[in-house]
Design a protein around this ligand. Structure first.
Ligand SMILES: C[S@@+](CC[C@H](N)C(=O)[O-])C[C@H]1O[C@@H](n2cnc3c(N)ncnc32)[C@H](O)[C@@H]1O
Length: 698
């Protein structure tokens, strides 16, 4: 194949075209050097139903959602449309909808749909109706590197028209079925990666036998260097008989541990009869990185000397990194100290697992110490990872003294309840039965509705406990929310340890293939209220989350039955939590008014500031003029930089984030300098839309 391409390339007459083609092909070859090969397919497109039909925009017919057409003229409600082959047709604007395609900038906004307030000053769980690709892009503004855990249960690509690529259901006859699924997942996982905290976070993706092989390879490609494990979860122990197959009992979950993340030990190992093994060990870890990215040239900023006092054998200082070209001899070593370098066992230069700044903090806290070392610069530096630090903070691990180096001496506390152990890679618990604790539980909440294959609430809870059980303020994202099980599980974890974890959920409002057929035969089309109210977000996600929090079913009765297992109590108690329901919208860049733009991005600012308390909405005074600034207890927006002194004086002590509207970098920098250090300042362009453009030219 490769040779054939080279031969064909030589036959291209146009030299410039030949060069361009060669560059493009070389790029593809470099990227897909092994295994996983798939097309990127046509970019998916998105409906922009609020955008006016006018000359120059691309549209589709609402009903067929087929060929893309360019609007050439609009007069008296009739549009003249040009097809890709130059054909001309007329259509009523009511029958058309604007669409955005790959490469066109689009501008996300959020509309508030409603809220539930039962959780005082806890962060609100955020539940968004939207296409997840664009919602993930919008989250780059609000949650870049801030997410502690993503749990997703994407469509399994069963061939039974269970998901849509570019607005079309994908079925078993589609020859590109697997390739389309990979393209779909690849785009979203790459976006999601930016949201995960690179230092310490976990991604969980559930899957079954249809796509687990391809998904595993995709995850390896996107999350290079992370620890990836696959767990087998028994979701139906009696087994489901299948023709010519063994009876199926399980599905899988990939756990991707990023940065320093590791499984949180729990009271149940999820496989054996009784919690087994010793209490989770307290491990000092080697600061020397091993495995991928462990050479100096992979991470030059993590190559620096640790200065050791040869007499006391303790860390006396930490040097700074230098450019890759700098030889070790160019570092100045303090008098009397020995420089210990990140050297691999073969003597080659490696790198440390922490920045100089972080290591200094570890030394001050007594969380780093020296092992063996010699004059040549070889040696071992040990440190306590984030998980042990968290266990110290929670009291599960006790500091009983300091050693001769000033490092802490730690041991497990003996009064912290059951012994904890790391969960196994095979889970076999009745609590994970999808029929009993997924479908049946959902039926208790939404007695008048059906949703295919919700996860067992307790299976999601167990997965999240392993990821964020020791982080009471974690942010958990699920962008294939379905019935909202993930938010429900987060609320249960919060109740168990009085946590303030926040769930961020995204689901679109599509209808199933069967539902679409019956709505169409009832004379409805997508976009009409009768159709939209049957969409998954409106019909399932939102009512399920509402029922779980309020304790009242979708039909208005108290929810029957009790929660089971780790925390048993009546489901009708609900949860003391806050929830904000939002809809992703797309602003029209041409005729958007400043005020409207602000209203649409206001929820994004609130989310970025933590999603706590009320949002800053309209900022107009009684005369309809924009106020110079506005704030809540948690954040502020400065519209008129000239008034920054008053703004800074009045900003409450509890505020942590401010947004400053200015096009001038120097004005911004000047104000930031004068603000207290605890404040994170974010610049917004005067034209808000410029800040939020997404989907541009990739
Ligand atoms: C397998 S379900 C998730 C079920 C969920 N874990 C539960 O327990 O209910 C996958 C969900 O992803 C949603 N979905 C699929 N493609 C999407 C997209 N592009 N944007 C947003 N949601 C999408 C579907 O509507 C479906 O509800």
């Amino acid at each position: 194949m490769a040779d054939e391409l080279d031969v064909l390339l030589e036959r291209v007459g146009d030299a410039a075209l030949r060069t361009d083609l060669r560059t493009a092909i070389d790029r593809i070859r470099a990227k897909r050097s092994f295994g996983l090969v798939f097309e990127s397919h046509i970019p998916e497109r998105v409906w922009l139903p609020d955008h006016p039909i006018r000359r120059g925009v691309m549209v589709v017919h609402r009903e067929s959602d087929g060929e893309l057409l360019l609007v050439d003229r609009v007069r008296d409600g009739e549009a003249t449309l040009v097809g890709s082959d130059g054909s001309i047709e007329e259509a009523n604007v009511e029958d058309l909808v604007v669409v955005a395609e790959f490469g066109q900038a689009i501008y996300p906004g959020l509309t508030r749909l409603g809220s539930i307030n039962r959780g005082d000053d806890k962060p609100a769980h955020i539940v968004i109706n939207g296409e997840n690709h664009h919602a993930l892009e919008a989250l780059r503004f609000t949650h870049f590197g801030q997410i502690d855990c993503i749990y997703i249960d994407p469509p399994y690509n069963s061939g039974a028209r269970d998901w849509k690529y570019d607005n079309n259901y994908v079925d078993a006859e589609d020859g590109y079925r697997h390739s389309k699924w990979l393209a779909f997942m690849d785009r979203r996982l790459r976006l999601a990666k930016h949201l995960l905290n690179p230092e310490d976070s976990v991604l969980v993706v559930t899957i079954d036998e249809k796509e687990f092989l391809r998904l595993g390879m995709l995850l390896e490609e996107i999350f290079r260097g992370a620890k990836i494990q696959m767990v087998s979860i028994v979701i139906n122990a009696p087994g489901q008989a299948r023709k010519q197959e063994l009876a199926r009992t399980n599905e899988f979950a990939f756990f991707v541990f990023i940065g320093e993340a590791e499984p949180v030990p729990t009271a149940d190992d999820l496989l054996n009869d009784r919690p087994s093994g010793n209490p989770a060990r307290i491990r000092w870890e080697s600061l020397l990185r091993s495995g991928t990215n462990s050479r100096r040239r992979d991470r030059p900023a993590l190559f620096y000397p640790v200065f050791v006092d040869p007499d006391g054998g303790s860390i006396s200082g930490v040097g700074e990194a230098k450019p890759l070209s700098a030889a070790r001899s160019t570092w100045e070593v303090p008098a009397g100290a020995i420089a210990v370098w990140p050297l691999k066992s073969d003597g080659s230069e490696g790198n440390w697992r922490a920045s100089p700044e972080y290591l200094r903090r570890l030394v001050v806290d007594g969380h780093a110490r020296v092992g063996r070392f010699d004059e040549s610069g070889r040696g071992t530096i040990w440190y306590l990872g984030k998980s042990v630090q968290r266990r110290i903070a929670s009291g599960e691990v006790r500091v009983v003294g300091t050693d001769e180096q000033g490092a802490v001496v730690v041991e497990p506390a003996d009064d912290v309840g059951p012994r904890r152990t790391v969960a196994k890679t095979v889970w076999n618990r009745p609590a994970h039965h999808a029929g009993w604790h997924g479908s049946a539980l959902l039926r208790a909440l939404l007695p008048d509705r059906e949703f295919p294959f919700p996860k067992s609430l307790y299976a999601v809870e167990d997965a999240l406990r392993i990821c964020v059980g020791d982080r009471p303020d974690a942010v958990v994202l699920d962008f294939f929310a379905g019935s909202g099980t993930t938010a429900h599980a987060v609320m249960r974890l919060n109740r168990q340890d009085q946590g303030r974890r926040q769930a961020v959920l995204i689901n679109n409002n599509e209808v199933s293939a069967d539902e679409a057929a019956s709505l169409t035969s009832a004379g409805l089309t997508r976009g009409e209220p009768g159709w939209e109210e049957r969409g998954i977000f409106e019909f399932i996600t939102r009512p399920r989350v509402t029922a779980a929090v309020s304790g009242f079913t979708s039909t208005g009765e108290r929810v029957q039955g009790d929660y089971k297992f780790v925390d048993a109590f009546p489901m009708s108690d609900g949860f003391d939590e806050n929830v904000e329901f939002l809809k992703l919208t797309y602003l029209d860049p041409v005729d958007v008014e400043l005020n409207r733009a602000f209203a649409a991005i206001a929820p994004l600012l609130w989310m970025r500031a933590g999603g706590v308390g009320p949002a800053i909405q309209e900022c107009l005074d009684e005369g309809g003029r924009r106020k110079p600034y506005e704030f809540t207890r948690h954040y502020g927006v400065l519209f008129d930089p000239d008034t920054w002194r008053d703004f800074a004086d009045q900003l409450p002590d509890s505020a942590r984030t401010v947004f400053i509207v200015t096009d001038s970098p120097s004005t911004f920098a000047g104000i930031v300098e004068a603000l207290p250090e605890r404040i994170e300042a974010v610049r917004l362009y005067e034209n808000y839309l410029t800040t939020f453009a997404i989907n541009r030219g990739r």
